[in-house]
Design a protein around this ligand. Structure first.
Ligand SMILES: Cc1ncc(COP(=O)(O)O)c(C=O)c1O
Length: 424
């Protein structure tokens, strides 16, 4: 399946065309093609994104709001990239904020929200989340804010919703939750959590960093207050983006310098932005839309094209993760953390973590790395989870992340290498 149409996968993902968009997939390691199974730490970038960055620097490089050509081009580029992200989130352009990365954006929003909180107010966090949706809120303990933590169900690494409900009260001012786990691939019921949080009078802050390459985001449908993700996890450059409801972006008070506009969303974008990379973000959204237009010729809008793309990639990734889990279950000593029942694959994305006997995850990752198979080891900043699972002191877990440019051949190569490792 290295070229041609894969007609069994959703609406005919053209894996040959897809892979041809990503020049780095041609990387070789010790005479073997590289298999990039490290998407959760950052995906590869299609040519369209590289061209957009280069073309901005060549023809539009300037600061904003100046009375000359390249500055006007910069303003136009920013408006275009914001409109692209608005289609991506399904919101208005003025509800899109750019920033250095998700972590930095979250610290900035948590400090602004913290300004409005009082001692005794509560924030609900989870054991499943990446630390970037934990520590920025925990820092508000300095103000007397009380942090409460939702546990997981250890057997399948899903959020314990009963625990969440029992910890929500009229004291809860904010619920911060991940859309999908970057460690074990669990997709959380964020629409339901948002409904519960709103009923209790709390705001909802969703970390969609890991979900963004795996599923269509619809903030209108979710009705969340904030949602944040990082374009470098969905085929774009190293930056972060935030959706915030207009009423919050207008009313909350950012920490900002006086001459900077007080208009939202710009009032949240402190200092000069990384314009060339923002140009790349617009192109990353366009890449996904182009994929959608190729699989569904009837799409009318960019939003429809994005939806068509995700319909196809979700189905394709489902086939990859199904085969991966089936193959792993046949290797003696492998323990998979998270959902493994195929009937429940709608509750997970194509990322998983595993342990193999008593082997240190770094040893396994190095063995695979020598063979050109790129995986991750450790806690990937999902520190509460690795501690809760009791694996933090053993070096964490080995993480395998599959995105739509990966192939069944790569999954088979990985399985063969793990079998070889296990049999040593
Ligand atoms: C689920 C999740 N949330 C947050 C982050 C932090 O994102 P950033 O690197 O943009 O700060 C990551 C990064 O790995 C992540 O996987």
């Amino acid at each position: 399946m290295s070229a041609g149409l894969d007609r069994n996968a959703g609406n005919a993902l053209d894996i040959g065309w897809t892979r041809a968009q990503f020049p780095s997939l041609q990387t070789q390691v010790n005479g073997q093609p590289a298999a990039f199974l490290d998407g959760p730490a950052g995906t590869q970038v299609p040519t369209q994104v590289m061209h957009a960055i280069q073309s901005y620097l060549m023809g539009a490089n300037a600061n904003t709001c100046g009375a000359f050509l390249t500055s006007r081009r910069t303003d136009e580029m920013l408006a275009g990239a914001r409109a692209a992200m608005a289609d991506f989130f399904h919101c208005k352009s003025e509800e899109v904020v750019f920033g250095q990365n998700m972590t930095t954006i979250t610290f900035s929003i948590s400090r602004a929200i913290g300004r409005e909180l009082n001692a005794g107010d509560e924030i609900l966090l989870t054991t499943l989340d990446h630390d970037a949706n934990f520590s920025p809120w925990k820092a508000l303990e300095e103000k007397g804010v009380v942090i409460r933590q939702v546990d997981i169900r250890e057997e399948d690494c899903t959020l314990n919703l009963a625990d969440l409900k029992s910890k929500l009260s009229e004291k809860t001012k904010l619920v911060a939750v991940g859309y999908a786990s970057n460690a074990v691939g669990t997709i959380n019921p964020v629409a339901e959590i948002t409904r519960l949080a709103h009923a209790a009078g709390a705001l909802v802050y969703i970390d969609a960093v890991h979900y963004a390459p795996h599923g269509l985001i619809d903030v209108k449908e979710l009705d969340c207050d904030f949602l944040v993700c990082s374009p470098y996890k969905f085929f774009g450059p190293h930056m972060g983006t935030l959706y915030g409801k207009s009423k919050h972006l207008c009313c909350l008070r950012p920490f900002k310098v006086r001459p900077c506009t007080d208009q939202a969303p710009e009032r949240w974008e402190t200092g000069t932005q990384i314009h060339e990379l923002i140009a790349g973000i617009g192109a990353a959204v366009e890449y996904i839309a182009e994929l959608g237009r190729r699989v569904d010729l009837s799409v009318a809008t960019r939003r429809d094209a994005l939806a068509a793309a995700y319909r196809t990639t979700v189905a394709y990734e489902r086939r990859l993760i199904s085969r991966l889990i089936e193959g792993l279950q046949a290797i003696p000593g492998v323990r998979i953390y998270g959902i493994t029942d195929p009937i429940r694959f709608g509750e997970r994305c194509s990322t998983l973590s595993l342990s193999l006997g008593n082997h240190h995850p770094t040893t396994i990752a190095s063995f695979l790395g020598e063979r050109g198979i790129f995986t991750w080891d450790g806690n990937y900043y999902a520190l509460n989870l690795t501690e809760r699972l009791g694996v933090e002191s053993q070096g964490g877990m080995l993480r395998i992340g599959l995105v739509h440019y990966n192939t069944l051949e790569e999954v088979e190569r990985l399985l063969a290498a793990l079998r070889e490792f296990a049999a040593r």
